[in-house]
Design a protein around this ligand. Sequence first.
Ligand code: FES
Length: 105
Amino acid sequence: PLIIYKSHDGSTQEVHAETGTSIMQAAVDNGIDGILGECGGCCSCATCHCYIDPAWVAKVSPADSTETDMLDCVLEPQETSRLSCQVIITDEMDGIVIAMPESQY
Ligand code: FES
């Protein structure tokens, strides 16, 4: 599926990601700035914080309680905040737009 990463200045980068990988892993593998993924995806660093474009939220499975607890401590939280290591890419997400917080640049 096509994943569109949008930086805080509005510029976008497109990545063709594998189904079953995470939004964080696809970003790291493709050198996307703004998603670090320091803990390697085990939901403990929050350096993979992102915002799901509101138009796409329904296509994404909801956060579990571990992730929700971590989201309580991120900088610049928004309604559609997620930890991108916990968002697994599905075929339905083709064209999804993921924005990154300014604090991660
Ligand atoms: Fe560390 Fe997502 S990569 S919480």
